[in-house]
Design a protein around this ligand. Sequence first.
Ligand code: ATP
Length: 430
Amino acid sequence: MEKLVSLCKRRGFVFQSSEIYGGLGSVWDYGPLGVELKRNVKDRWWRDMVTTRVDIEGLDAGILMHPDVWVASGHVEGFTDPLIECKNCHRRFRADFVEGDQCPSCGVKGEFTTPRMFNLMFKTFMGPVEDEAAQVYLRPETAQGIYVNFLNVLNSSRQKIPFGIAQIGKAFRNEITPGNFIFRTREFEQMEMQYFVKPGTDQEWFDYWRNERLEWVRSLGIRAEKLRLEQHTREELAHYAYDAYDIQYEFAFGWQEFEGIHNRTDYDLAAHQKRSGKKLEYFDQASNERYTPYIIETSGGVDRLMLVLLADAYREEEVEGETRVLLALQPQLAPVKAAIFPLVKKDGMPEVARKIHDDLRQRFHTFYDESGSIGRRYRRQDEAATPFCITIDGQTLEDDTVTVRDRDTLKQDRVATGKLGEYLADRLGG
Ligand code: ATP
C-alpha cells in the first residue's frame, strides 16, 4: 500500500488534500492522471448502466436536501456507528473495528470508554441564521435523491416498471476511523442505481443485478481470484435491507467491500410516502393494480473502485536485472493512451514527434516527452499505466514508420505514421 500511495503521488494520481497546510484528515485530491482514470471509470459505468440500457434513466440530484428526507430515510435516527475512546491515548475508534479490549494505537488494555452512538452525517446551515431550523445535511448517500424523484422521473420519462434510475455524485460521511488511503474517506463519490420492481419479482431482480454487477466488475479486468461475493448475515443487514451482498476485493489489508447489492423492499418509498404525505405509488395498467414498488439497489464507491483497480494493476517485474514497476490497467481505463517520444533531441526527430503528438491528441489523450533517456521515459509511462509508447527514430525519417511499444508484453510493432490513429483505435477497442 505504501508503494502504491507513493506512486500515486509521484505520477499525479492522488494527492493529500491541503497538503501544504499539513493535510486534511481523510480527504484526497485527484491529480492529472487520477482525474482521467476517475472519468474513465464513471464513463464506463454510465455507458453500461444508462446509455446502453433502455430501462434505466439518469439523474443528478442536489447534495443538499430537505432535512425531512433524512428523518424519513432513518439516517437521523440510525445512521450511527459505535464510537469508543481510549482513556490512555485519547484516540477514537469504531467499536466494531476493534477486537478485544486492547487499544490498537497505544496498546494499553481495558481503557476503552463505553460505546457511544455517533451520527455520521455532516451538518451545515442554509441561509444566514445558524439555528436548528436552518440545519441541513450533506448527503451521506446519493440514493435518497433518487427516491424522492421517483415520480418525477417516472412521469417525465414514461418508463414502465421494471425500470431503474442511476446517479453518480458526491456523498459525505463523518467516519470515525477513515483510512487505508482512498478506501474510507469522509468525502467520496458514489455510483448508485435503484431498480424499481413489482413486489414478488424482487428476488428475481436481486439475483439478476448481483450477477450483472459482478460481471461488470470483472469486465474491468480485475483478477477473478481477488473478487468474491459475500452475503450479509442477519446481524449485518442495514435497517432498510431485506437481503444484501457485497462485492469484495482482497486488498493487502484483507477482503473488503467496494460495492453492495441490496433488496431494500418498499422501505424507502413507503417511508417517504408516510413522512411527506405524497403518494409514491405505481399504477400498473396491464394488471390494473396499484402498488408501492420494491427497490433493488446497486451501490458502489468510485474512489473505492479506483483503489481496487490501482491495487490490482500494481506490478513489480524483473526485466534485464532491473525492477520494473507498472500499472497494468486495462488500456480503455488508462489515463493516457499513448506517449510519444523522439529517440534523441536532434536530427529533426522532436519536430516529427510533436506533429504526430498534435495529430493524435485530437482523438486520444496522449503525452509528449523528450527528456531523459528512452529507458527512463518508458519507466515513467509504465508507472502511469500508459499502454502504448510511440518512438520516433532514425528509421522514421527514412520510411515514415515508428515503433509502438506495448506496456505489458514489451513487444514493439513498426507502424506507418499515417496509420497510428487506426492502430490505437483498434488496440483500444474502437
Ligand atoms: P462500510 O461498512 O465500509 O462503512 P457501508 O456498508 O456503509 O460501508 P454503503 O452504505 O453500502 O457502505 O455504501 C456503498 C458504497 O459506497 C460502498 O461499497 C463503498 O464503495 C462506498 N463508500 C461507503 N462509505 C465510503 C467511505 N467512507 N469512503 C469511500 N467510499 C465509501
